[in-house]
Write a protein of this length. Sequence first.
Length: 188
Amino acid sequence: MLEQLIEYDKELFIYLNNLGSETWDGLWLVITNKLSSIPLYVLLLFLIYKKLGWRALVLAVFVVAAMIAFTDQISNLFKSSFERPRPCRAEGVMDLARLVAPRCSLYGFFSGHASNSMAAAIFAGLLLRPYFKNLIYLLLVWSFVVAYSRIYVGVHYPLDLLCGMTFGGLSGFGFYKLFNYFFKKYIA
């Protein structure tokens, strides 16, 4: 059963990856670049400051830094533990895939991009939900687009993204709860 699931994952990757074209490659390289999300993060931090104040902003910066370090390091631990080759390095896949990314590291289970973006989306979406009811939905769409960009550029399978987004969502919720605990205890 696991072998069949992995085979479906490869087939879905090849299908989705080959939907791309050179016309769109530049856009997806920008989307997948970690630095491209900085303006969004700055906007979210500004909104936290405006709605919750300086002390909450400082707390949010520390909690988000811990959250991103946590999700990033856990994804690295999984990559080195499972050692699942990325599609751009996997026999039988790399010859059928479009590699748009400038480089391809060895292992890819699970996606740090998917994990980090989903954690940030859940954390900020829940934190700002009392003030911006629909913001979380926009952030979820952004997270899905960032995750898909990893298939487009040829470095992650769909299951890498699904697992990364699930882990990121759980992490974002957990760190949101941690923020609330410290906020109520020390700031409110």
